[in-house]
Ligand binder design. Sequence first.
Ligand code: TXA
Ligand code: MG
Length: 353
Amino acid sequence: MKKTLVLKVNAAAPDPAMIEQAAAILRQGGLVAFPTETVYGLGGNALDLASVQAIFEAKERPSHDPLIVHLATLDDLQTVVSNAPAQAYTLGRYFWPGPLTMVLPRAERIPLAVAAGGATVAVRVPAHPVALALIRAAGVPIAAPSANRFGRLSPTRAEHVLADLDGRVDLILDGGPTTVGVESTVLSLITSVPTVLRPGGVSVERLTEVLGDVAVRLHTSDAQEIAHSPGMTLQHYAPQARLILYQGASGALLRTLRAAVMHFNTQGIHVGVLVAEEDLGALKDLPATLKSAGSLAHLDTVAQQLFETLRAFDQAGVGIILARDFGPQGLGLAIRDRLTRAAAGHVVKIEPA
Ligand code: TXA
Ligand code: MG
């Protein structure tokens, strides 16, 4: 058991002495959790096999699920990948720093464990002053998965990291809540057509504007695809309570939700309902814990609130969470992906009446 230190940092202008303290821990092989614009990451020196192994251990993450390597600038790309295509630089100029992770051919110096034994490596430059200052000060690329235990919800606040990893990480830099709230988009540039393996903070629409042609391959139970991107396994990002996702046009969706609440309520189950702000009025009479993650017109807010709202249901002690879908457009696809995973595939598709 380590002693976990928590330091509050100014998210916009972090104290250089504090950053240096964290960077020294990383250089010595320790682990530091830090905020990015998406979620908190659990960082270790990506070039040091022992640090990389320590990350897997702290998270209890299976060794077949590869890590994202974080850089301070696009210029450092050639230090971790070999023969990046021109497309990678185009994307880097558009979206970095930002919530886009690119899967590229791995450079020899990246330990195999980072890549879970594969020939590729996932890379991104995060858009957060604390993350950037830390990577720069450490002077090495930083491997960092989300700072949660495997299979749990990603942390959007330092408190969430502490709840999962107290005693397993040397230092947590507390920069307050993250702004994007869902993880980065993982885009493979290995395939002939660039392929989204995980929708996230950069929408498929924006990638399509830049690339023209983009394929999307989402969560799956297909063993071969899981071997290709292990993060695609269906059950992931799970709250403690069972979750059911409802997809369909708003009117029919709300009617189905209402009936489902009554069904579980008569079984004596404490029901949580995750809806949009617009739904609150229509559902407020229901015998359930009703929470909105934000407006259908502001999916950036919904994404930012999503994991925290799911955690709040667990805190409220609900026995089941019934969640509405927020559509496939923009950030809606990432929200749908996380809710589908939280539901472990239990999705009710409502046909229009
Ligand atoms: O926003 C984020 O991406 C956050 C912050 C901390 O940067 N990180 C994050 O890491 O979400 P993690 O480890 O929780 O998720 C990484 C995802 C997993 O789905 C993993 O399977 C996929 O990226 N991945 C990593 N390396 C890969 C590779 N070489 N090929 C295909 N997929 C890869
Ligand atoms: Mg994760």
